[in-house]
Write a protein that binds this ligand. Structure first.
Ligand code: ATP
Ligand code: MG
Length: 261
């Protein structure tokens, strides 16, 4: 199915009574890679969690739609079924559920009842994805993320991404804690999905990931909103010069969300 669009309009989000997101606007079409950058504590992870329906986050204003359908009205599992995928900044450990079982039930949750993925096909696809990402086959039989190193967790998120083939992926600091070789492998995994059926929002602090995954657009968040957007050259300038020039340009003194801009 070509042509998915995730549209975030004037999104306001509160956590325990404090407004963190203050009107985020962002549209991601399948076929596009968007990078979201910004100083610490400016609302990037909050945006990802709110889109995926984390219960702590209260949407007080605005909308999120996928192909015109209201994402915020969907249960979390319905969001996944609709084609959204979130790789969290800190993936949680799930004791008692192997990576393999988790993948299989996630795939089946996206399919209709009675149309579960045949076991042999699942194993074949998983083996291919493990090979592609150079993940040891034994990892699939370990409990999900339990005792995984930081880099192993990130690679495991990309394993899920490859196998679930969402329409829109949101990847929060997928590059954090990766060694140079792992960074290339993770980028290779993301690029594998690059086609007209897949769009991606990549939250990152560093240009080095964007050396391998060229974004179509780069957005900067400050004060809980997107304050500047541009092409790949924007990320390069940030790498070279930091954020001060944007703050000066926009008259922002304190970029954190606590501050009223
Ligand atoms: N559950 C929570 N309770 C209270 N405050 C929160 C909660 N979650 C987030 N915040 C606050 O919201 C602000 C934005 O946090 P968020 O995690 O979205 O930032 P970020 O842009 O992802 O930062 P980083 O680059 O460090 O990952 C921070 O000041 C954070 O302390
Ligand atoms: Mg974050």
């Amino acid at each position: 199915m070509a042509g998915s669009t995730l549209e975030i309009k004037d999104l306001h989000v509160e956590i325990e009574g404090t407004e963190i997101l203050k009107g985020v606007n962002l549209t991601i079409n399948s076929g596009e890679f968007h990078a979201v950058m910004g100083p610490n504590g400016t609302g990037k992870s909050t945006l990802a969690s709110a889109i995926m329906g984390h219960p702590h986050y209260e949407i007080t204003q605005g909308s999120v739609t996928l192909n015109g359908e209201d994402v915020l009205e969907m249960e979390v599992d319905e969001r996944a079924k609709a084609g959204l995928f979130l790789a969290m900044q800190y993936p949680s450990e799930v004791s008692g559920v192997t990576t393999s079982d988790f993948l299989r039930s996630s795939i089946n949750a996206q399919r209709e009842e009675g149309d579960e993925i045949p076991l042999m096909q699942f194993i074949k696809e998983m083996d291919e994805a493990l090979d592609y990402l150079e993940i040891d086959k034994n990892m699939a039989q370990r409990y999900l993320n339990e005792g995984f190193s930081g880099g192993e967790k990130k690679r495991n998120e990309i394993l899920q991404l490859l196998m679930l083939k969402p329409e829109i992926g949101i990847l929060d600091e997928i590059d954090s804690g990766l060694d140079i070789d792992a960074l290339k492998i993770v980028a290779k995994g993301i690029n594998k999905l690059r086609d007209e059926n897949f769009g991606c929002l990549i939250i990152t602090h560093y240009q080095r990931l964007l050396n391998y995954i060229t974004p179509d657009k780069v957005h900067v968040m400050m004060n809980g909103r997107v304050v500047k957007s541009g092409g790949p050259e924007l990320a390069q300038r940030l790498e070279a010069e930091g954020y001060d020039w944007i703050k000066k340009e926009l008259g922002i003194e304190d970029e954190s969300v606590e501050q009223k801009a």
